[in-house]
Design a protein around this ligand. Structure first.
Ligand code: MLT
Ligand code: MN
Ligand code: ZN
Length: 303
């Protein structure tokens, strides 16, 4: 399976346009060694040369496509290597890129859960707006563990404990399917992908433990990262993200996976100290065998 990380940052990207936190100011000024990142999305092809699946449509999708020639194979006057889009949630950073794909000549094949389709037809009616352009051919993601096939990949969804988007009427009363993790298989390897993950329940841990590689929520280092900087009153857990450090944090969970599992963090918020390649937090991850995804990174799990 060939994974290309198109965007490895959380909502806002890195640096975020209006942010002057240590990381954002430092990367702009060149005083912090860190790589700029666009908003969260990955592209996966079952095989080299084959069309693939876009997991999440980031508002940065046009820049991401320009940066990755494999997304534009140029076999015709209008072309794309994106066979279908799969959404993990209805958040702004994962769904608004759908608008940028409106010039398609045929309806966009789009897989999402029923609660996400509802949010994207009401609170943030992207799907209704798109009916005036290419339209979508929406297919429901099953939540009962049934496997479904998209562009040669076998997918299996796990409902996650997290939060629907702030615009959702269910923001404080999440239902199964507001956020999912996915087991992605190509017959040779299995990847677990969950860019937004609020808590690791036994089924989620089992899914992670059965995968060759996990790409999981890397949003915040500490639960109080945003309140401590005076940027929000909400903690990481309040908005549905499990922090990396501390008791019960992501590092502890990743440490329990089988030694062979490749561990990667994705959807990293601009405030997270792990973005600074010289930080003690980054060194701690390195010692723990945990990678920090970068835009453009290729992960080949078939070798
Ligand atoms: C989140 O996952 O909580 C988001 O990145 C929020 C956002 O898109 O603003
Ligand atoms: Mn997000
Ligand atoms: Zn910042």
């Amino acid at each position: 399976m060939r994974i290309t990380v198109l965007g490895s940052a959380a909502g806002g990207g890195f640096p975020q346009w209006n942010c002057n936190c240590r990381n954002c100011a430092g990367v702009r000024a060149g005083t912090v060694r860190a790589k700029p990142r666009t908003q969260s999305s990955i592209f996966i092809r079952a095989d080299e040369g084959q069309d693939g699946v876009l997991f999440n449509a980031s508002p940065d999708i046009l820049e991401q496509i320009r940066a990755r020639p494999e997304l534009q194979p140029a076999r015709g006057i209008r072309d794309t290597a994106i066979a279908a889009v799969v959404l993990m949630d209805g958040q702004v950073d994962h769904a608004t890129g759908l608008f940028m794909l409106r010039e398609r000549g045929t309806p966009l094949p789009l897989w999402c859960t029923d609660p996400v389709a509802e949010d994207l037809s009401t609170g943030n009616p992207i799907l209704r707006v798109l009916e005036h352009y290419c339209g979508v051919r929406r297919q429901p993601i099953p939540l009962d563990g049934a496997r479904f096939e998209v562009a040669g990949l076998s997918l299996q969804a796990l409902p996650l404990s997290s939060k629907p988007a702030p615009y959702s009427p269910r923001r404080e009363a999440p239902v199964a399917g507001d956020n999912i993790g996915l087991l992605i298989r190509d017959g040779r390897s299995t990847v677990f992908y969950a860019p937004g993950l609020g808590a690791i329940t036994p089924p989620v841990f089992d899914a992670m433990a059965g995968a060759d590689a996990v790409l999981v929520d890397g949003t915040f280092w500490t639960d109080d990262e945003m309140p401590r900087l005076g940027l929000s009153t909400k903690t990481a857990r309040d908005i549905g993200h499990l922090p990396q450090s501390g008791p019960g944090g992501m590092i502890e969970w990743l440490g329990r996976l089988p030694a062979r599992t490749r561990r990667l963090l994705i959807h990293i918020n601009n405030t997270n100290p792990i973005l600074d390649e010289d930080s003690p937090e980054r060194a701690l991850l390195e010692r723990a065998g945990i990678e920090v995804c970068e835009d453009g990174q290729r992960i080949d799990t078939s070798t």
